[in-house]
Design a protein around this ligand. Structure first.
Ligand code: T4K
Length: 393
């Protein structure tokens, strides 16, 4: 029996479960999607035959070309992970002083700035979309502000047009953290070519993964060239260092995983979409619990199943997480407690919460549930039944 398949007789009434856990094997959020296994192994064979393992090898170049084509953008610069990709993009864009970001994101968005001596300034979000609120961004602009990093959280496009207007009005650079947004669109156009550049994460836990990896996409030739130099110590050809740089290179093995997973991406999205609908149906009518909805007119990988627990729920978010964990459903409170309450930002901005009311409120209400190609529909119904049992005492 597949590890995540559950025995149906135990799944019927989770509230009455006494001995053992409903799911004998943990259900993780972020379980990697493994695409076309045979294709991956064939690519690995080629890598070994080529005796070319890293440093802008043929697999990386193929992956970059395919991604750029798929996203309709001029350049894709592959990197070793999304965080280094953010750091390199931030540096290549020349950001400095203060940069406005949401606090409601994975901490890498803020750390990529702070790590380079730039102050992340946190702006509040729109609670309906979980993305930056443009008016809140305006309020955080100071003479030291050099840029804005919008995050397409959960793969849902940030308010691209409004952020672009603010950036243009104030002479600021605009880039996007698109770590969650591979396969998403804004006004029908693939995420990847908005702002000065967009940064993807291809970490194992993402809808599209290269094990570890990331990329920056841009239509700006000069920016792309600068980032290519920066990811390889600033080398232009043998023995010729023309720029300060670091080691941000993607290795061939990761690119091979990417090529194999690209072949399977449509099937992965389809499976996610089905799971998302099954969650919707199974959770319907539970008082005080709702799923974050996505704009049906835009593309999304439906990778994140984001549950919101509101005041009308009989139990709090943490009680739901506890109950799920007891049954081996390892739900997460992403991105609790918000970057502004993590170090060093907590010490730097002890009163940031005063201007982040929606972030603070949402951080106490969100649960992210397991998804992915290995999740069975029966599991989704049982997860919903666990939630339902908590509020129907
Ligand atoms: N910007 C945003 C908005 C991001 O969300 C991220 C990363 C970044 C930037 C930076 O990109 P990268 O530098 O990471 O490429 C995980 C991921 O490590 C991280 O990539 C991701 N966001 C973040 C949202 O989630 P953790 O600390 O939650 O990881 P961890 O070890 O708890 O694993 C998550 C879950 O996945 C667990 O339930 C276990 C499961 N898992 C994980 C791996 C690696 C597996 O089942 N198999 C695996 O191989 O950060």
């Amino acid at each position: 029996m597949p590890s995540e398949e559950l025995s149906s007789e135990r799944a019927i009434n989770p509230a009455s479960e006494v001995g053992g856990r409903i799911f004998p094997v943990p259900l993780h959020v972020g379980r990697p999607n493994i695409g076309n296994r045979e294709a991956f192994l064939a690519y690995v064979g080629q890598i070994l035959d080529n005796q070319w393992l890293t440093n802008n090898g043929p697999m990386v170049q193929r992956l970059e070309e395919r991604i750029a084509k798929q996203l309709g953008v001029k350049h894709c610069v592959a990197m070793c992970n999304g965080t280094i990709a953010l750091e390199i993009a931030i540096r290549a864009l020349g950001l400095s002083g203060e940069v406005i970001v949401p606090s409601w994101t994975f901490v890498a968005t803020a750390h990529a700035l702070y790590w380079q001596g730039i102050t992340p300034v946190f702006a509040d979000i729109d609670p309906a979309t979980h993305n930056l609120d443009p008016e809140a961004v305006r309020r955080m602009i100071t003479p030291r502000t050099s840029g804005i990093i919008g995050v397409h959280l959960w793969g849902r496009a940030a308010p691209v047009d409004a952020l672009q207007s603010i950036a243009s009005e104030h002479g600021l650079k605009l880039m996007f953290d698109a770590a969650h947004a591979f396969g998403s669109s804004f006004k029908g156009q693939s995420i990847g070519s908005f702002g000065a550049c967009e940064v993807f994460s291809f970490h194992a836990t993402k809808a599209f993964n290269t094990m570890e990896g990331g990329a920056v996409t841009t239509n700006d030739d000069e920016l792309a060239e600068a980032m290519r130099l920066m990811r390889n110590f600033g080398f232009r050809g043998y023995d010729n260092v023309v720029h300060p740089g670091t080691n941000g290179k993607m290795i061939e093995m990761c690119a091979a995983m990417g090529l194999a997973n690209l072949d399977s991406f449509d099937a992965i999205v389809e499976s996610n979409r089905n799971n998302h609908s099954a969650y919707h149906e199974a959770l319907a009518g539970i008082p005080g619990i709702s799923l974050l909805s996505f704009d049906p007119s835009e593309r999304n990988s439906h990778h994140y199943i984001v549950l919101e627990v509101d005041a009308g729920c009989l139990v709090g978010r943490d009680a739901i997480i506890d109950a799920l964990h007891k049954e081996n459903v390892l739900a997460r409170k992403y991105f609790w407690p918000g970057c502004h309450r993590m170090q060093p930002y907590r010490d730097l901005f002890p009163h940031a919460g005063l201007v982040l009311p929606h972030t603070c409120e949402l951080a106490e209400r969100v649960v992210v549930l397991p998804n992915g190609t290995t999740l069975k529909h029966g599991a989704i119904e049982t997860i919903a039944a666990i939630c339902r049992s908590l509020v129907s005492i």
